[in-house]
Ligand binder design. Structure first.
Ligand SMILES: [Cu+2]
Length: 481
């Protein structure tokens, strides 16, 4: 629960509702799904990623002021190969510091792009990424302390795909943009002039900033045209705070094939799927019957108190259970279709033997910490100059995350981990695979080992991925030596 003092403080701000919520007209919905350009760093190719300002046509007839990495909003899908060193030059044409954090990449702290790796306005930085991890869907975003939420809101985020040329061929759809489709799902608010305000105040800051419009790859509730076969969707929850509960309007089953850290051991059949901020999932949907499908989500109930739900921007419901539309899929019989059945098990799926844990650390996530009632971990709000933990290279530990009240997506830099328990209950590895974000509720335990170094100059971070919580101080930093 929010403590009473904090609640009174936020109430006193007197601003439960964001300034003005415009409702996108029907005309915005149903535009073709934008497919991000690919920035291909495979085979030694190099490129440049520049943070720039832009104008993006999201609402009909309006240009929205946005920022992006080398494009007006969001960034290209970056592809890199396992076993190679990916190189790119990072630039910043904004008038404030930015960074490029490689979320989910197993790289040393010095290349991780966290809050210490600031790129000043008009400055450049070389990124050298030694890629050695299983194929997976990752992402990148700015990570400047106290500015991450706003910078991601306005567009500094993109997807990254790790490929492995030596991996077993599991016959998965891999025709990018045709049957292998990236989906960056975000919620945003708009004013009637097309402005996309970021004004977190009161409970909308305390519980995370949410929007009433759903964007996929920067378009409102778009429509994807897909072949009449199996289609792989790489889904990133790139929202600041909203948790999605995806399902199809017709109730159809689909298969989850991968999570944050790569393939699951075997496809998992399901008809609903939750995804918290920062999490990724790959699913395969069968469109061979030629039927169109509408992807829906239930409303986010991660709001601490019943009464706050009425104060939150919420997407317009299209079903009695409050479900809203995320996007639609139409089937184009002329497109080349992959109809190879999914294998019973995936060859090469990661299942590292992390060994026996030799240490346990406890992280209590606080929504009121320190003298200013900021957010914190173990009672301490994040401080760039304070090192919170030190870990040893190659040692396996259990990290116990303690939460009371609302759930928090807990992210650890520099590695992937196994989830042992969630809300006090055992978790089956087959259903989660390797993770780098876990939605922590009650008592949650992860088994983690660090195989890359991070020194005190540029340590790794652990934090809540509700970006407002992160910026308010629910973050800590640690070395691996
Ligand atoms: Cu949080």
């Amino acid at each position: 629960m929010l403590d009473r003092r904090m609640f009174l403080k936020t109430s006193a701000a007197g601003l439960f509702l964001p300034a003005l919520i415009g409702r996108a007209s029907a005309a915005e919905r149903g535009a073709p799904l934008p497919i991000p350009d690919v920035m291909d760093l495979r085979g030694g190719s190099t490129d440049a990623l520049d943070a720039i300002t832009g104008k993006t046509r999201i609402l009909q007839g309006f240009d929205t002021s946005t920022i992006g990495y080398s494009q007006s909003y969001l960034g290209p899908v970056i592809r890199a190969n396992r076993g190679e060193t990916a190189r790119l030059t990072l630039g910043n044409r904004l008038d404030e510091n930015i960074s490029v954090h490689w979320h989910g990449l197993h790289i040393e702290g010095a290349q991780d792009g966290g809050p210490h790796s600031m790129i000043a306005s008009d400055a450049k930085m070389d990124a050298v990424l030694d890629i050695d991890q299983p194929e997976a869907t990752l992402w990148y975003h700015s990570h400047i302390h106290e500015r991450t939420a706003a910078q991601v809101w306005f567009g500094l985020a993109g997807m990254m795909i790790i490929d492995d040329p030596d991996a077993a061929d599991n016959g998965l759809p891999n025709n990018y943009g045709v049957d292998d489709i990236p989906l960056v799902v975000q919620d945003r608010n708009f004013e009637s002039d097309g402005n996309m305000p970021y004004t977190p105040r009161g409970v909308n800051e305390m519980l995370g900033y949410r929007g009433s419009e759903i964007l996929v790859n920067g378009a409102i509730q778009p429509e994807a045209s897909v072949p009449a076969g199996l289609v792989r969707l790489r889904v990133l929850n790139g929202s600041n705070a909203r948790i999605y509960y995806f399902h199809f309007e017709d109730g159809r089953n689909f298969h989850q094939i991968a999570s944050d850290g790569g393939l699951l051991q075997a496809p998992v059949s399901m008809n609903k799927l939750s995804l918290a901020p920062g999490e990724r999932v790959e699913i395969v949907v069968d469109f061979s019957d030629g039927k169109a499908a509408q992807l829906l989500s239930l409303q986010d109930e991660n709001l601490e108190m019943e009464m706050t739900s009425s104060m939150m921007p919420a997407p317009q419901a299209v079903a009695d259970d409050g479900a809203f539309e995320v996007m639609t899929f139409s089937v184009d019989m002329a497109k080349p279709a992959s109809i190879t059945p999914l294998p019973a098990v995936f060859a090469g799926a990661p299942d590292p033997d992390l060994g026996e844990p030799i240490r346990r650390r406890t992280f209590k996530l606080d929504m009121s910490a320190g003298p200013n009632h900021a957010m914190g971990i173990n009672g301490i709000p994040f401080d760039m100059s304070v090192l919170n933990e030190t870990a040893n290279l190659g040692e396996t530990e259990i990290w116990e995350i303690q939460v009371s009240g609302m759930a928090h997506p807990f992210h650890v830099h520099g590695t992937s981990f196994k989830v042992l328990t969630q809300n006090g209950q055992p978790v089956d590895y087959a259903t989660t695979g390797m993770k780098d974000v876990v939605l922590a509720t009650g008592k949650t335990e992860i088994l983690v080992r660090f195989d890359r170094k991070a020194d005190a100059d540029i340590p790794y971070m652990y934090h809540c991925h509700i970006l407002e919580h992160e910026d308010l101080g629910m973050m800590g930093q640690f070395t691996v030596t």
